[in-house]
Ligand binder design. Structure first.
Ligand code: DGI
Ligand code: FE
Ligand code: FE
Length: 196
């Protein structure tokens, strides 16, 4: 993708998202780009996936359900109870339909950026991690954030597991509905961590 097209996506996102979300999006774009350079994958793909990962994060709960119904996108029980989770699936869909980015690896990384999934590829891990560690993330709410930020650049799987652990703890303590995929991802990487 040419730089001019990236500029167009920036402009469109800055109109669709509120200022805070747009700034977060830029943080994820640059963090994903840096991690891609570190781990030797396509930096432009990582950049684009980071930039677009929250492109559908502009609706309230009932709107998410309406949009999914309109486009025949399946909704599970956890998503029905917490429709905000749908911004990831819908983000993958909008990336193709509204931003005309059709690279399957980018779309897949966006779809799994909130819950993760077992056996993620490097791009998927990088987007998942960048979403959590980007510089603008509110550090008061996140334990171990400094440690996770450093670890992401030295041991990506360890950083991934730390995020999954802290996310599960947070969801349990706050009584949030846990999506089966979040739990599955946590258990998969817990097993991997034990066998490392
Ligand atoms: O969209 P962002 O705010 O940048 O971050 P995100 O896409 O990770 O989604 C926001 C929140 O979703 C984050 O605090 C973690 C949370 N989350 C992840 N898995 C689950 C979950 N929330 C619920 N209720 N259930 C889950 O399984
Ligand atoms: Fe998100
Ligand atoms: Fe995000």
């Amino acid at each position: 993708m040419k730089e001019i097209d990236i500029v167009k996506i920036h402009k469109k996102l800055s109109r669709k998202l509120d200022e805070e979300r747009y700034m977060h999006t830029l943080g994820v774009e640059f963090t994903a780009c840096s991690l891609a350079m570190k781990y030797g994958i396509d930096k432009d793909k990582a950049r684009l996936a980071g930039l677009l990962h929250d492109c559908a994060k502009a609706y309230d709960s009932s709107e998410y359900l309406d949009i999914c119904a309109k486009y025949n996108i399946s909704v599970n029980e956890a998503e029905k109870k917490n429709p905000g989770l749908l911004h990831a699936k819908l983000g993958g869909f909008f990336t193709m339909k509204k931003y005309h980015v059709t690279d399957g690896e980018i779309v897949d990384a966006i779809i799994c950026h909130t819950t993760g999934k077992p056996d993620m590829n490097l791009l998927e891990k990088i987007i998942y991690i960048s979403d959590y560690i980007e510089p603008g993330r509110d550090i008061l709410k996140l334990p171990r954030i400094d440690e996770i930020r450093m670890t992401a650049f030295t041991d990506i799987d360890s950083a991934l597991f730390m995020i999954l652990e802290d996310t599960m703890k947070h969801l349990k303590n706050s009584g949030h509905v846990i999506d089966p995929m979040t739990e599955k991802t946590y258990l998969y990487y817990k097993e991997k961590e034990i066998n490392r």
